[in-house]
Structure formats: structure tokens, C-alpha cells
Design a protein around this ligand. Structure first.
Ligand code: NAD
Ligand code: UD2
Length: 314
């Protein structure tokens, strides 16, 4: 039985990871400031250290005696990065360096969340890990910075790590009320309530929507693959979906006719994004991801069952 630290363990992805670790008999310690995460997401048996992932003394304490650290705490929004550049940088890059520094003493392996946002706009689809990263957001730049610091942590300080470049993750427990949430939770929340949705721009931009179960499998594989060479992997399905098609698919999952409005495109919007999963399938042992329609039905069922996040405005 191993003990793992999950930073951001009260959040959407972190709480699914905690369930998986507990289910296989491991112990879980969570560090979270509850800024977007929910105390309700903390499973029985998990210890919570409440505080900031960029606080070195707290993170050192959280790291004591652990066999590995899953680092997920971040301000997970491109839009918030645009508004509060320095504040998000402190958490998104500063937090990662704090975690890597705390892992140094015990050479604790770190599997951490990077993002497809590191790629920015790419000419060739699907995007492979060999593409030259060109982030178009401060959020993406901080994720790329996290990867670079992980490389330094391995080469100079002997900290094993693995970076997971999640594409657009979705699933139950993603907050449908937050305007900074992922598009799927916003569309599902609004359509299930009979409300209109707004598409930013013409809706022909594409994304690679990954079910959260696939992300959890990638994190577990990433922990096994962590090394001082600091590898990074795409976590994606290889299947592009336009935002327009997504709106239709969500409407079908909700059993409603879609009421779609169009707003102005987002600043710095990436037009096309879908990844090549071949490397992560080979190296992390990932199987094919669940089909989108099936995953959407699970989100709608969770919302209709009275999700703890529904009704909570943060
Ligand atoms: P989330 O907001 O649900 O989870 C983030 C967690 O981190 C929350 O529990 C929050 O309270 C906590 N947190 C935020 N700032 C903190 C701080 N200063 N100190 C301590 N805890 C703090 O988001 P998520 O979707 O679960 O994202 C998890 C990770 O995956 C993030 O690093 C995010 O950037 C990354 N990621 C997410 C997606 C996606 O589509 N959801 C895609 C790519 C990468
Ligand atoms: C980026 C990253 C993703 C993750 C996320 C964290 C890329 C390709 N993806 O996701 O990996 O790190 O940031 O925030 O960089 N949209 C609408 N209407 C809405 C909401 C969204 O049209 O009400 C559109 C939006 O303009 C975009 C798409 O839906 O084209 C997806 O938006 P998102 O906010 O879910 O995620 P995105 O792509 O910014």
C-alpha cells in the first residue's frame, strides 16, 4: 500500500484520481486551497491539507513520507490567465517549482498536469509530442515552463517526473456553473436546464475531448513512467470535434432541441486542436477512449442526479 500526495485533489480531475487510488488500496493525502475544488469532492479516508501549492513550507510538509506526488493544483483556465497574468503565473508555474523543489530531498516521483495549450496553433494535425510548442496563452506558457523545470529537476536534482499534456478533459464533477469551466460542462448544464448556449465565434474550431477516466489512466501510467529524463505525453483521443458538432451532441444527450447563440470569438482562440495518442498508448499502456456520446450521457446523468456542484456558484 503506497501513500500518494495529490495537489488539487478536491478538483474535478484530482477527485477522480483519488477514487482510483483508494479503489486499488493506496492511501491519499490531498493539498488544496479549495479555490475551485470542493470539500464535498474529498473522499472518506483522504487527508486534506488546506492551503497554497506555492507555499514552500506547506508543500514540504505535504511531501513527507509519500511514495509519489500527482501535481494537479492550478488555476485551470486560459481566460483567467488573460485577466490575471501574474497571479495565475504564481500558482501555475510557481506552484510546480515549489512541488519539484519539495520533491528534491526524497527524489519523490512527480506526475503532473501539463496541457495541450503548450502547442498553441499548429499547422499539422494530429499534433504529436514532437511538434514545437508555441503557446498562445500565459496559461500554456506556464505549463510549458512547468515541463522545462521538470526537466531541470530531473537532470540537476535527480527528481523523476512525467508530464501529461491533457487535451480538453470532461466528465462528471466538472463544475457546470463556473464560466471558466470546460465547454462540455457549460453546455450540458445549460441545455439540461433548458437554457441557450453561446458559441464563441463560428463554432468551427475543433477540440479533442478526453473522458476523465482516460486522464486518470494516463496519470497512473505517468507515475510508473516517471524518470529523470522527464518524459511528456499527449493525453487525447485523436478525434476532432467542432464546437458546433459538440452542441448538437450535447443536445442529443440531453434530449432537447439546441438553442444556440453566437458571440464574438475569444481572444487568442486556437482554431484546430487534436492530438496523436500513439505514444501514450504505447508507453503508458492506454487503450482507446470511451466514445464522446457515451461520455456526454454520463455527464447529463450526473447533473440530473443532483450533482453537488450544481447550484453552487463559484
Ligand atoms: P479544477 O479547478 O477542478 O482543479 C484544480 C484544483 O486545484 C482545485 O481543487 C483547486 O481548488 C486547486 N487549486 C487551485 N489553486 C490552488 C492553489 N494555489 N493551491 C492549492 N490548490 C489550488 O481543474 P481540473 O480540470 O481538475 O484541472 C486539474 C489540472 O489539470 C490543472 O493543472 C489543469 O491545468 C490541468 N488541465 C485540465 C484540463 C481540463 O480540460 N480540465 C486540460 C488540461 C490540463
Ligand atoms: C484549454 C486547453 C485545455 C485545458 C483548458 C483549461 C487547448 C486546445 N486546450 O482549453 O487543454 O488546459 O484550456 O482551461 O489549449 N466555448 C464556447 N462556448 C462556451 C465555452 C467555450 O464556444 O460557453 C468554446 C471555446 O471558445 C473553445 C472551446 O469551446 O473554442 C473549448 O473551450 P474550453 O474553455 O472548454 O477549453 P480550451 O479549448 O480553452
Amino acid at each position: 500500500m503506497a501513500l500518494y500526495l495529490i495537489t488539487g485533489g478536491c478538483g474535478f480531475i484530482g477527485s477522480h484520481l483519488a477514487s482510483a487510488l483508494l479503489a486499488r488500496g493506496d492511501r491519499v493525502r490531498v493539498l488544496d486551497d479549495l479555490s475551485t475544488g470542493l470539500r464535498d469532492n474529498l473522499l472518506p479516508g483522504c487527508d486534506l491539507l488546506e492551503g497554497d501549492v506555492a507555499d514552500p513550507a506547506l508543500v514540504r510538509r505535504a511531501m513527507e513520507g509519500v511514495d509519489g506526488c500527482f501535481h494537479l493544483a492550478a488555476i485551470a483556465s486560459v481566460e483567467l490567465g488573460l485577466r490575471d497574468w501574474l497571479g495565475t503565473h504564481r500558482v501555475n508555474l510557481g506552484g510546480t517549482i515549489t512541488v519539484l523543489d519539495a520533491a528534491r530531498a526524497g527524489r519523490v516521483p512527480v506526475a503532473y498536469a501539463s496541457s495541450a495549450a503548450v502547442y498553441g496553433e499548429q499547422a499539422r494535425m494530429p499534433i504529436t509530442e514532437a511538434a514545437v510548442p508555441r503557446p498562445l496563452s500565459s496559461y500554456g506558457a506556464d505549463k510549458l515552463g512547468s515541463e522545462q523545470h521538470a526537466r531541470v529537476a530531473g537532470a540537476v536534482h535527480g527528481v523523476p517526473s512525467c508530464g501529461l499534456r491533457f487535451f480538453n478533459v470532461f466528465g462528471p464533477r466538472q463544475d457546470p456553473r463556473s464560466p471558466y469551466s470546460g465547454v462540455i460542462s457549460i453546455f450540458c448544464g445549460r441545455m439540461a436546464a433548458g437554457e441557450p448556449v453561446t458559441i464563441h465565434g463560428d463554432g468551427r474550431q475543433t477540440r479533442d475531448f478526453v473522458p476523465v477516466a482516460q486522464v486518470v489512466a494516463a496519470l497512473l501510467g505517468g507515475m510508473r513512467a516517471a524518470s529523470v529524463a522527464a518524459p511528456v505525453f499527449n493525453v487525447c483521443t485523436g478525434r476532432p470535434t467542432s464546437v458546433l458538432d459538440l452542441a448538437q451532441a450535447v443536445a442529443a444527450a440531453c434530449g432537447v432541441a439546441p438553442d444556440i447563440r453566437h458571440g464574438p470569438p475569444r481572444a487568442g482562440e486556437i482554431r484546430e486542436s487534436f492530438g496523436d495518442p500513439a505514444l501514450s498508448e504505447r508507453e503508458l499502456g492506454l487503450g482507446a477512449a470511451q466514445p464522446l456520446a457515451e461520455g456526454l450521457r454520463e455527464v447529463v446523468a450526473w447533473l440530473r442526479a443532483g450533482s453537488p456542484a450544481a447550484g453552487v456558484s463559484r
